[in-house]
Design a protein around this ligand. Structure first.
Ligand code: NAD
Length: 347
């Protein structure tokens, strides 16, 4: 297995393999770049089919965090942790403690937070063993008390980004009357669906977890479709809010939507799909730009929470996207590529 020359390695500053025989912990912590500040990124737990898949995911996700925080102008670098295992079956107190100690040994270069497969409660547990944990503070805002969960902030950022995208591509000032296909009604997807429906959009939803789908279907007036059917719908916008790599050679030719804008990280299976979307006239809102609401929220949790400042900062996502769309049109280049060049100006 090649490491330094692997395409996803991309000059990572540090990659740490952590294991603990007693609890069964097997994890990878990837620190891509700390030039803007400590590397902050969530911890994903997933039953990766191979160790190579886990390493690849950690590298791609941590690089994405560098670009995300730079684009959102946060004083943070990019890092990510992945734990190999099924969170429902393999997660235990010992595993969380061992992971926390591994994070602690990095002395603050990496700050852990929740992601798919981990929860705010897991982070609270880990905080007994390391101070380098984020997204655990409860906050009081105008609409109530919230846990450290960044998902509502992520959903708000995606909503703001969707408005910017449909303005740019479809000339609409809002989403009222638009047809939207939403993949994945988990923490972010459901919160986003609520916002879109309240703003007058018509929704088609799917999920591979039956209970998540039934819960969303009970609450929303959305049409439920099978997971595979979500790609081929005759809609204005496709919002991927499940896992990564959903835009690939199989799904792309089936898409009828004019806009792709959703919360999932690493939506494009390969970098070349950026150009392919652009050639087909599909406007892609680069994932790490549109889904930065959560990291913005977590940053303020660590540095003094001010709801109005967080909201203003998240609304900047719309401005960044509008600038990316404008430059992409002017230069005739794909939006993902333009976003990368813009983010690199900041680190
Ligand atoms: P989640 O695990 O709560 O929700 C994801 C949902 O997608 C689950 O209900 C899952 O069953 C479903 N899903 C998985 N594969 C699917 C498929 N093939 N078809 C349909 N549904 C499928 O996770 P989340 O916190 O809502 O995050 C969603 C995405 O957004 C992830 O890619 C995550 O990395 C990204 N993201 C989340 C945040 C955050 O604040 N939570 C921030 C930035 C990015």
């Amino acid at each position: 297995m090649s490491v330094f020359s692997a395409p996803d390695f991309d000059d990572h500053e540090q990659v740490v393999f952590c294991s603990d025989a007693t609890s069964g912990l097997r994890a990878v912590i990837a620190i891509h770049n700390c030039r803007r500040g400590p590397a902050l990124g969530g911890c994903r737990m997933w039953p990766y089919p191979t160790e190579q898949d886990a390493v690849r995911d950690a590298l791609r996700l941590s690089r994405g965090m560098t670009y995300k925080s730079a684009m959102a102008r946060l004083p943070l670098g990019g890092g990510k942790a992945v734990v190999i295992g099924d969170p429902r079956r393999d997660k235990n107190r010992g595993l969380l403690e061992a992971l926390a100690l591994a994070v602690d040994r990095l002395g603050g270069r990496y700050i852990i937070a929740e992601d798919s497969g981990t929860t705010v409660e897991d982070m609270q547990r880990m905080r007994h063993f390391t101070q380098h944990v984020a997204g655990v503070e409860a906050r009081v805002t105008a609409d109530g008390v919230h846990s450290g969960d960044p998902s509502p902030a992520t959903a708000y950022g995606v909503f703001v980004g969707i408005r910017a995208a449909v303005r740019s591509r479809l000339g609409c000032d809002d989403v009222a009357g638009l047809k939207i296909a939403l993949q994945g009604v988990g923490q972010v997807g459901l919160a986003l669906a609520r916002r879109l429906e309240a703003a007058g959009a018509r929704l088609w939803i799917t999920d591979v977890r039956r209970e998540a789908l039934s819960r969303a279907a009970r609450e929303l007036a959305a049409t439920v479709v099978e997971p595979e059917a979500i790609f081929g719908l005759d809609v204005d916008l496709f919002a991927p809010c499940a896992l990564g790599a959903v835009i690939d050679d199989r799904s792309l030719p089936r898409l009828k939507a004019a806009v792709i804008a959703g919360a999932a990280n690493n939506q494009l299976a390969e970098a070349r799909h950026d150009g392919e979307l652009s050639r087909r006239g599909i406007l892609y809102a680069p994932d790490y730009v549109i889904n930065a609401g959560g990291i913005i929220d977590i940053h303020y949790q660590r540095s003094g929470y001010d709801h109005a400042a967080v909201t203003r900062h998240i609304e900047g996502i719309g401005e960044s996207l509008t600038e990316i769309f404008h430059r992409a049109r002017e230069q005739g280049r794909p939006t993902g590529e333009i976003a990368d060049r813009m983010a690199e100006e900041f680190f």
